[in-house]
Design a protein around this ligand. Structure first.
Ligand code: AHR
Length: 313
């Protein structure tokens, strides 16, 4: 059906006929759902037969999915690795079977980078730095206690976004990171953890800002702040990463302050790289970097939200 659609639309069906396995993390966030939707759209457009496996945030499920893709003899594998370590054995099996692997949106830690063809990701340390620089600028010389909602423990964005943010506030004696805990990139856990931070920090009155590693946790935190009788965006600043429609709605209502954009279209560049590689062995860059743009309340959040329609949202 994909091939038929590609031919009908007159789009270049270079990848037509390719069978690609996609080992996805899960559906923990709005951004993740959009990435899945865009990957399906890109596959359909190009005539790629996409085999989708939802790992429900568990590495063991992703490893099983990769082994099953290898057994099926797919032409390539897309992997959005839930955590950064522990991939060498299974990726060596894919390499042995001559199946190229492209990493999507998250990185892995390995000594052997020949285990994957390329990684399509943002600069996740930079994302944290952009969020932190924004906060530093807003706070000025005021004293500010920040609480942090981390992403999934051991995942590359959780590690890197923490690092980048800490780099931004380093040396600012008026800004301190007082509490930091994982909310697993989900709205529910983001809310739960924020509730516990609020309880521990004088009903939230001692918190000046929350930095969340993704928008879904920020949306959960906004709910917790409101339930505590405080105003998110004003009493407690809210800064996060992803740029999903819900955070623009919160920004439009004055309840969130800023977000750093992460495109859900990782599959487009990934399929381009695979097509070129399959055609004549062209080796892509080892890292295909996507942009990290800051959006604030000053950027007409409603208009930005509209402009994102169709991007998997
Ligand atoms: O790896 C990207 C992160 O994973 C997104 O920021 C987050 O929303 C998702 O769960």
């Amino acid at each position: 059906a994909g091939l038929a659609l590609a031919t009908l639309l007159g789009t270049p069906a270079m990848a037509a006929g390719m069978v690609v396995g996609f080992a996805q993390v899960g559906s923990e966030s709005g951004w993740r759902a959009a990435e899945t939707a865009v990957t399906r759209q890109e596959a359909e457009k190009r005539g790629v037969d996409l085999k989708f496996a939802d790992a429900q945030q568990k590495q063991e499920n992703q490893i099983k999915a990769i082994r099953s893709f290898v057994a099926q003899g797919v032409d390539a594998i897309l992997l959005a690795p839930v955590v950064a370590t522990g991939w060498d054995d299974v990726l060596a099996e894919a390499k042995e079977a001559k199946i190229p692997v492209v990493l999507l949106d998250r990185n892995i830690e390995t000594k052997d980078d020949s285990l994957y063809l390329t990684a399509v990701t943002s600069d996740q340390v930079h994302e944290g730095k952009v969020a932190g620089d924004y906060l530093v600028k807003q706070v000025g010389s005021k004293d500010c206690k920040v609480v942090e909602l981390q992403g999934t423990t051991g995942s590359s964005p959780a590690i890197a976004r923490k690092k980048g943010f800490e780099e931004a506030i380093a040396g600012k004696s008026n800004i301190s990171l007082t509490r930091s805990q994982t909310g697993d990139f989900t709205r529910t856990k983001g809310k739960e953890v924020m509730e516990s931070f609020i309880k521990a920090e004088n009903g939230g009155k001692d918190i000046c800002a929350v930095y969340a590693h993704n928008d879904d946790m920020a949306v959960g935190a906004i709910q917790a702040i409101k339930e505590a009788g405080l105003k998110p965006g004003t009493d407690i600043m809210v800064v996060s990463i992803d740029a999903v429609p819900d955070i623009f709605a919160a920004m439009a209502a004055g309840e969130a302050n800023a977000t750093v954009e992460l495109t859900p279209n990782m599959a487009g560049p990934a399929f381009d790289a695979l097509e070129a590689f399959k055609k004549d062995g062209t080796m892509p860059k080892k890292w295909i970097q996507t942009e990290s743009k800051l959006y604030t309340q000053a950027d007409d959040p409603k208009a930005v939200m509209e402009s994102k329609k169709g991007l998997g949202y």
